[in-house]
Design a protein around this ligand. Structure first.
Ligand SMILES: Cc1cc2nc3c(=O)[nH]c(=O)nc-3n(C[C@H](O)[C@H](O)[C@H](O)COP(=O)(O)OP(=O)(O)OC[C@H]3O[C@@H](n4cnc5c(N)ncnc54)[C@H](O)[C@@H]3O)c2cc1C
Length: 403
């Protein structure tokens, strides 16, 4: 196992750092710095800059837009993106893209994959339902097949999806639907692509506790979907669904983002005075809390590098993906707890109103504490989505301990 960065990796880091510095738009940089929500066009503008450079989807096969970088280069790339506090490209790209190039028909690759990469199609994920989250295979959205008056085959879809992230922006959605209610749970599911403009599709906002609009309920009411919009075979959607979830968990440890978060925590703690009038950052017990967090983060980083070293020598990530997700999200949440503690009463979320365009809220907190409260609340989601941390522990118990 070789964890050391080679000289060519240092040169690579310098190259990508300089490019990001020159290319990431200042207007988005400013919003990111204060933790404001970005709107669709802002996200897509960065997406298109990455696409034009050819650096949008480094891990994909080169024929579909991959860069051919080795795992260490890809790690450096994600570190540098996080260091510069860039935003993610359009939602769903990293999930539906691999599904389309692995299972898609040539026509689906042409009409859906290419425009998705170019930033012309925005996706949402229709997996969870009010009665199906951790037990995803228990989903009940129903798709019934029929032949239309034009002699073509269609599905009629009825049901409700929930927690649909950025569904308000989506042009298309990838949905799990039940096509055979009499089969075993996992065997009656089909993976369908649905144009969100189809009559019968409606999206209703869920406003989260931080005041943001990032999730929705999605209703499907007699939605007619051509059979050609199916990925893979009918009733074989569970295989596609699991393949996609593997891609959803990639990079969820967020080591580089947490490193940046610790820098920000220090800034906040340096700007807030404790009871005796000295900055909190000089308080020994508070410094100890930051040090403990840094130690845990360093341990996580080495675990991630070990996983990468394994990948470089041809081993796929196994239960490590679950371990990285659990520890990464715990550390990310602790970071927001300490930032809120450092901000003190300045961190209280004094909302002036509900979010308008882009889902931003106004706060009367000083700049250094702006968003400390809302970010604390928002980060609670990370131990739930992408498969809750309890479910990840079950996976580790099974794979590592054989329970
Ligand atoms: C912000 C956010 C964005 C999301 N975006 C999307 C999206 O875009 N598309 C989408 O389809 N879904 C999305 N989700 C849904 C997400 O995948 C589910 O919330 C998640 O799978 C958990 O399901 P649930 O909410 O139904 O909780 P439940 O499954 O009801 O779980 C409730 C609690 O019980 C625990 N639990 C459940 N089963 C077990 C078990 N067997 N062992 C131990 N503990 C267990 C869970 O860990 C959890 O703490 C999003 C969720 C959030 C919070």
């Amino acid at each position: 196992m070789d964890l050391a960065f080679k000289p060519e990796h240092a040169a690579f880091r310098a190259e990508v750092r300089a490019w990001i510095e020159a290319s990431f738009p200042q207007a988005i940089r400013d919003k990111q710095a204060t933790g404001e929500h970005l709107n669709k066009e802002e996200i897509l503008s960065w997406h298109r800059i990455l696409y034009a450079k050819g650096w949008l989807t480094p891990s994909w096969p080169t024929e579909y837009g991959g860069t051919g970088w080795d795992p260490v280069q890809r790690y450096i790339w994600s570190e540098e993106l996080a260091r510069a506090n860039t935003c993610q490209p359009s939602f769903g790209l990293g999930m539906i893209g691999p599904v389309l190039y692995t299972f898609g028909t040539p026509e689906q690759k042409e009409t859906l994959l290419k425009p998705t990469v170019a930033g012309d199609i925005w996706w949402c994920q229709g997996y969870s339902e009010p009665g199906a989250g951790s037990d995803l295979a228990g989903l009940s959205t129903r798709a019934e097949r029929f032949t239309g008056d034009d002699g073509k085959d269609y599905y009629r879809v009825n049901g409700q999806k929930t927690w649909t992230t950025q569904g308000q922006y989506a042009d298309w959605g990838f949905f799990l639907v039940r096509t055979d209610p009499s089969a075993k749970k996992q065997e009656g599911i089909t993976f369908l692509l649905i144009d969100m403009k189809t009559p019968g599709v409606s999206v209703r906002p869920i406003i989260t506790i931080d005041g943001g609009h990032e999730v929705n309920d999605t209703f499907l009411d007699n939605v007619i979907v051509p059979v050609e919009n199916r990925i893979g075979q009918e009733n074989k959607g569970w295989t596609v669904a699991k393949f996609l979830l593997g891609h959803e968990r990639t990079g969820i440890a967020g080591v580089a983002r947490s490193k940046r978060g610790i820098e920000r925590l220090r800034d906040v703690a340096a700007g807030v005075e404790g009871d005796d009038g000295t900055p909190l950052l000089r308080d020994v017990s508070f410094r100890r809390k930051i040090a403990e967090l840094e130690i845990d983060l360093a341990a996580l980083e080495y675990t991630e590098l070990r996983t990468l070293a394994g990948e470089s020598s041809g081993r796929g990530p196994g239960p490590e993906a679950s371990l990285l997700k659990v520890r990464g999200t715990e550390i990310g949440q602790r970071l927001t707890e300490l930032t809120l503690e450092a901000a003190g009463h300045y961190g209280a979320p004094y909302f002036r109103g509900f979010p308008k365009e882009g889902g931003n809220v106004q706060s009367i907190s000083p700049d250094f504490a702006f968003k400390a409260g809302p970010t604390y609340f928002n980060m609670r989601k990370t131990s739930i989505f992408g498969g809750s941390n309890e479910i990840q522990r079950n996976i580790m118990a099974k794979a590592v301990l054989g329970l």
